[in-house]
Write a protein that binds this ligand. Structure first.
Ligand code: NOJ
Length: 746
């Protein structure tokens, strides 16, 4: 399924498919011609593992070719035995496709995807996925249900942790990178696995941030914001796509002919297979879209779902529907062919040994080094008053406080399934190693768990802070507070953590806050208590070494926020690429209600789209992140003032590292289409580049802006680049930067 570029995809759609692709097609058709209807339907059935058991009934189903795929069989002996039965005892010897949620690592756990997104580093994302693929493949899996690429603009939604944030451009680049990492150049290589673009589509737009909830997304917004990462994944050759649980505009994604047949297959030429999410087919009954399981089966297959995960509409009802003439057999053929094609491309029939499965060993040194690099790059420095950080390695004694300072489980994040706490190095352990002497590290957690309200240990924490040069506070969310079905209405620090921060801050000792969380937390008051804040998400196996190196300046922070940080939950949704409105709050003086005396006149507050109590600006904008050095942007120049639609604008800027440390800056380019037939966002990220700049050095950074990327879907749902004036900004975040402009001409 992997092709090197989107042009290659286009090629394979026409008669000039490669020889390998033609061979796969031929073999899939030959198999299909030999299959009974029961066996074809079997390829469309995916069931969950029986926890390492191979009961007789399961063995018999596999033998009869009634199962095409399983998920979650982590016991190698069971996985091997099931494959053996499929290959040696079933009539046609078709191997099973073994799947698992390998989301941010298999045994070696990398930062949660939202953290990986903060690194703005596609090569790093690809490298981490490649390690995960290798580890998962060794354990007998050939398929992961990742990457997740749901654009999310509501941090109440727990699954925001699993995606790449709020922006379609950043998410598209990273989604394609993760697909490349999992699948490599050759899907049949034994250390690669098939990726799955999920959750198609609009899942992150759930009403109120409640998981599984309804999404209302006008088609233009869907196409301009929510679909591009999926298109990028398809262009990168993703082998499979998973439908989402939610309904969009009244139609569950799993039953959406529009999403699956018209867009995915018709417009994008997707050649892999589509799997439902877990029970998302049968859940169409609860949605009120299907009346019973036969109806579910008919609607799903007609819409274009090739494989059913977990529920039993296909296995129990499809055959009867076809025999009764209610569903054309050709749809079953099509779906089975899609599944077989991926199995063939994976080399399951030949190059790959489907029986191979071994328990994963401890992460090797290279995997750990990469996990550490990923964790370092994912951390965002939000604040650093008086240059408190980095701490001087030779001098400081530190108080290590907080429930997450020495917890090897919670820092692994939401989708840790196969990672081990024994592999994890906590901040406390890493700091002890780095500082080399027990006396320099005073550990007093203050709270045993993040959600605890028991304050009896506060006194010890306060005392530890008093006796040390600096207090390091490791606070945040447990892993279980983000992820599937784990939405929150209050985005504060759980338990008595805020009180702990306040108690330690009251000592007057310098305070560094390290926040470990699956989402942006709305805790400006807590940030206010600390001189420095490192936002670390859930960094994974190498949490400790990464944070220790950052705290003591062996590394400099380079992460930038992939999502806007609101001041309070009431500000949600807040995202940088919003519309201007007719009464924008920017560029005018607006007063907050607290600054106005009682009985003031209405007009004294101004009339703009914002909140009277907290204004308009978020706490931290998208793209924001400090480092231990500073950068100056100067001399922005464009290759042309007027460009045609087929042109590529070259944008150059001088970026100087004005500080005394080497650094890595993420240079961001935003545009605004000033006047269009449909109003456009105030800013849209269109390009970015990671640049290493030594202290004192100036680098000329060149960014390319293809004019074709400036379009949007108009009222007739045509992708158009409209002529006219554009603004352009280049800078270190979405709220600052040098400004210029250009014109697109016919
Ligand atoms: C449900 C989740 O929504 C999906 O992301 C996951 O891949 C499947 N379960 C399989 O575990």
């Amino acid at each position: 399924m992997k092709r090197s570029c989107s042009a290659a995809i286009a090629l394979c759609l026409c008669a000039s498919a490669s020889a390998a692709e033609r061979d796969v097609e031929r073999r899939a058709n030959e198999l299909l011609a030999r299959m009974t209807l029961t066996e074809k339907i079997g390829q469309l059935v995916q069931i969950n593992a029986s926890g390492g058991q191979v009961p007789d009934a399961l063995r018999q189903r596999v033998r009869e070719g009634r199962i095409g795929s399983m998920l979650n069989e982590i016991v190698p002996a069971a996985s091997q035995e099931l494959q053996r039965v499929a290959v040696e005892e079933s009539r046609l010897g078709i191997p099973l496709l073994m799947g698992r949620d390998v989301i941010h690592g298999y045994r070696t756990i990398f930062p949660i995807p939202l953290g990986q997104a903060a690194a703005w580093d596609p090569d790093l994302v690809a490298a981490a996925a490649a390690v995960a693929a290798e580890e998962a493949a060794g354990a007998g899996f050939q398929w992961t249900f990742a990457p997740m690429m749901d654009i999310a603009r509501d941090p109440r939604w727990g699954r925001i942790a699993e995606g790449f944030g709020e922006d379609p451009h950043l998410a598209s680049v990273l989604a394609a990178a993760m697909v490349r990492g999992f699948q490599g150049d050759r899907l049949s290589a034994p250390n690669r696995i098939a990726a799955c673009a999920k959750h198609y589509a609009g899942y992150g737009a759930a009403e109120g941030g409640r998981d599984y909830d309804t999404a209302w997304i006008p088609e233009g917004l869907l196409r301009d914001v929510y679909l591009p990462p999926f298109k990028a994944a398809v262009d990168a050759g993703v082998a499979t796509v998973m439908t989402s649980f939610n309904e969009i505009n009244g139609v569950p994604s799993t039953g959406s002919d529009f999403l699956l047949r018209r867009v995915l297959r018709g417009e994008w030429g997707f050649k892999g297979f589509v799997v439902s999410d877990w029970n998302s087919m049968s859940e169409m009954i609860a949605h009120g879209f299907a009346k019973d399981l036969p109806d579910v089966a008919a609607k799903s297959l007609t819409a274009g779902v090739d494989m059913e995960m977990q529920s039993a509409a296909y296995s129990d009802h499809l055959e009867a529907l076809v025999r009764a003439g209610k569903v054309p057999e050709k749809l079953v053929d099509e779906a089975a062919r899609n599944v077989l094609r991926v199995k063939l491309e994976l080399g399951l029939f030949d190059t790959r040994r489907p029986f191979a499965a071994a328990p994963p060993g401890k992460p090797g040194p290279e995997a750990l080094a990469l996990a550490k690099r990923a964790a370092v790059r994912s951390v965002v420095l939000l604040k650093n008053e008086g240059r408190l950080l980095p701490l001087a390695k030779e001098k400081a004694t530190v108080a290590v406080i907080g429930p997450l300072a020495d917890d090897p489980y919670e820092v692994l994040g939401t989708w840790n399934r196969d990672g081990q706490v024994d592999d994890t190095v906590t901040p406390l352990a890493a700091l002890r190693t780095l500082l080399g002497s027990a006396e320099r590290v005073r550990y007093a957690p203050g709270l045993k768990q993040a959600r605890s309200r028991e304050t009896a240990d506060f006194a010890a924490a306060v005392e530890a802070a008093r006796q040390s040069d600096v207090a390091l506070l490791f606070v945040g969310e447990e892993a279980i507070l983000s992820g599937e079905a784990h939405s929150r209405a209050y985005l504060d620090l759980p338990g008595a953590q805020q009180e702990l921060v306040e108690a330690v801050a009251a000592t007057g000792k310098p305070l560094v806050l390290v926040v470990l969380a699956g989402r942006p937390l709305t805790i400006p008051d807590v940030f206010g208590k600390a001189q420095a804040v490192l936002y670390a998400w859930h960094p994974g196996t190498m949490t400790g070494p990464a944070l220790a190196d950052l705290l003591f300046g062996l590394e400099s922070p380079s992460g930038k926020l992939p999502i806007t940080f609101p001041k309070t939950e009431g500000q949600i949704p807040v995202y940088y690429a919003h519309k201007n409105t007719g009464r924008p709050p920017t560029g005018r003086k607006l007063t907050l209600i607290d600054d106005i005396p009682p009985r003031a006149r209405q007009s004294s507050l101004g009339d703009a789209s914002r909140y009277l109590d907290i204004g308009f600006e978020p706490l931290y904008p998208f793209g924001y992140g400090l480092s231990y050095t500073e950068y100056r942007y100067a001399n922005l120049r464009l290759s042309a003032e007027r460009v045609g639609k087929a042109d590529t604008l070259r944008v150059l800027v001088d970026v100087t590292n004005t500080g005394s440390r080497d650094g890595l800056e993420i240079v961001q380019l935003y545009v605004r289409d000033l006047v269009a037939s449909l109003t456009r966002p105030v800013k849209e990220l269109k390009a970015f580049q990671r640049v290493r700049i030594s202290a004192g050095e100036t680098k000329v950074v060149e960014l390319e802006l293809p004019v074709a990327s400036l379009g949007f879907h108009d009222a007739a749902m045509r992708y158009v680049v409209e002529p006219g004036a554009f603004h352009l900004w280049v800078g270190g975040d979405s709220a600052s930067g040098l400004e210029s402009g250009f014109e697109v001409v016919e």
